[in-house]
Ligand binder design. Sequence first.
Ligand code: PLP
Length: 375
Amino acid sequence: MHLETLAVHAGGESDAATGAVSPPIHLATTFRHGPAGERVAGYEYQREGNPTNDRLCAAITALEGGANALTFASGMAAISCLLESMDAGARIAIPEDCYTGLRVLAREFLPQRDIQVLTVDMADLEAVRKLCHDGIDLLWVETPSNPRLKISDIRALASIARDHGARLVCDNTFASPALQRPLELGADVVMHSTTKYFGGHSDVLGGALVFGRSSDWQARIAHRLHVTGATLAPFNAWLTLRGCRSLPARMRMHCANAGAIATFLAAHPAIERVNYPGLSSHPGHAVAASQMSGFGGMLSVELRGGKYAALAMAGKLKLFTNATSLGGCESLVEHRASVEGAMPVSPANLLRLSIGLEHQDDLIADLDQALKEAR
Ligand code: PLP
């Protein structure tokens, strides 16, 4: 079945009790059971599972082509639940360009559990192979990466992971399954901040892990989720499920808008570099074209005039809101170095743009006016 059809129908069976076409939201925290705890309809307590969440898991599993999925209260809850389920003494490798939250988790929390975190450029396969020589348990890839839009070769990384008996986890937040399906390329697990494109409207936090096959590891992660309680609330599951229905359609427009804007910005004299994998000048363009069906709605730009030119541009934009996050209908801009805490890693002249669903000509006109004096 095509992705568009799955997006509309997966997890969307009409309600058995009423025939309602839109799925019900089950807010119950507890479910009736028999005198000896016998489950009546498979549920017991909301933290351990509820029917609205199960519908969302079915939809995300179908869209990623996985065996099953777990949902979480946020993307970070999904990441930490997975990484904290690693045994003490494990060695994991994360990309040098990745979401700040993962970097903070790796620096501050994982070492407390005796998990050794190594940082590597995941786009440099030789460097990854070298790092794996001394043993590795898990490779984490984020492609396209946040905020530099680096592209890593998922197939090649899956093969390196296999050669070393390691697992490959792919953060697929920027692409979404509408553009990239990492399990088909050999990844073991796909991670999402469903807060972004799945939700699609900047109004619901959530996270997901999708597994290529059932395993003891997956059962351990599910157990940790249910005990520690990073459960996605049913209303949030329902909103995210609604977002699934239009995901492929929205992604098409995000891609078209971002492609036009990247081309405009790449030709602008005030811009030093545009990081967008759809541009043939992007170092990861060929790999992106081989593993993605579109290049996404995210891009970043580096301004010739440095930090203050970047801040001036961000301040002059009218349609783009200065705000963190991404993947909503409205376009956002963010000076990442300003929000990365005490140890920023993004270049000071970099702005990250989440391209929304407005008309591309209006967005280009806004960028053009914001860049006027920077020329
Ligand atoms: N992964 C990526 C690529 C992200 O951009 C983010 C958040 O911006 C996360 C993970 C974390 O997700 P959440 O904010 O839902 O916890």
